[in-house]
Design a protein around this ligand. Sequence first.
Ligand code: 1CP
Length: 344
Amino acid sequence: MQTKDKTIMRALAGEALPTPPVWMMRQAGRYLPEYRATRAQAGSFLELCYAPDLAAEVTLQPIRRYGFDAAILFADILLLPQALGADLWFVEGEGPRLSTITDAAGLAQLKPIEDIHDTLAPVYETVRILKRALPNETTLIGFAGAPWTVATYMIAGQGTKEQGPAKKLMYGDPATFDALMDLLTEATADYLIAQIEAGAEVVKLFDSWAGALPGALFHKYATDPARRIIQRIHAVHPAVPVIGFPRQAGEKVVPFVKQTQVAACAIDTNVDPAWAAATLQPLTCVQGNLDPTLLITGGGALTRTVQETAAHFADGPYIFNLGHGITPEADPANVDVMLRALRG
Ligand code: 1CP
């Protein structure tokens, strides 16, 4: 099957499909026993990310189990800061930790952008393995974090609730902050182009903390970097669709879509599907936005919500997905319930 004929690609090209294509954010993850086994075999999360055979294996696991329409490369948004020279480690049960960048001197210690491919070569190898191993009809999605979201981790050294440290640098030392954002914008474009050249058919830009940007600065630090990254990708690969995910950006997703040229906008759980169908779907393909909590609780509420969500978007281009990542507590059997509700 040619790339353009795959269900996900048809939805991204603007087609309304009778049964929406489906995949899940974080579909390779701790809710699956086979993921936990492969992760244990790898030793640690980061070793798993950098072992192409094992990273490809966990990418394929949810495809084998559920037959999703798309596979997403197994990696993490924090591999890019690591490739730029930041220290990165994961504290078991807590999350990522990084060395911090708090001033111009810290920024100056990062590596030149062209060096990122040394560290990231195993990720490109994972993409090449997947390209050979995936079923014919499955779309391969590559990804990166958006500059703002990645910057929040590089500045704070960990996940933060309100992104306070990043906002303090943004207001307190705008020259350093802007230089970091520019560096991340260019490095992210290079990273995504390399994933495409290894075989990714679509790429997604995760701006998980976009909602923390004050309204007037959302344009500058979420929309504009995404616009520049997509422009650079399309200069060399004009046919490759980019999915944007400006999480919790509220009504600002509308100008985001108009100004970035995203082929689809992923919407988070907070967005009202009726609003998105009326306002966003005439502009672009919409992806989302089932509450991941329903995959813990299951039952009639899950079936009903899947069907109601899909019904809102039935008349336009649409990809069924969650509003955020599936959680470790989710019951794998509830994913089958979700798919039955959607596909009949
Ligand atoms: O212990 C484990 O096995 C690690 C859990 C885990 C997983 C499965 C992490 C640590 N990253 C991943 C993989 C991952 N991360 C993927 C792979 C593909 C898939 O979806 O199946 C993707 C796309 C991501 C993206 C990612 N990483 C985002 C953006 C999406 C989102 O969820 O908002 C973010 C913010 C991260 C950072 C990160 N990596 C891992 C954790 C626990 C976190 C969040 C940390 C925090 O803010 O506290």
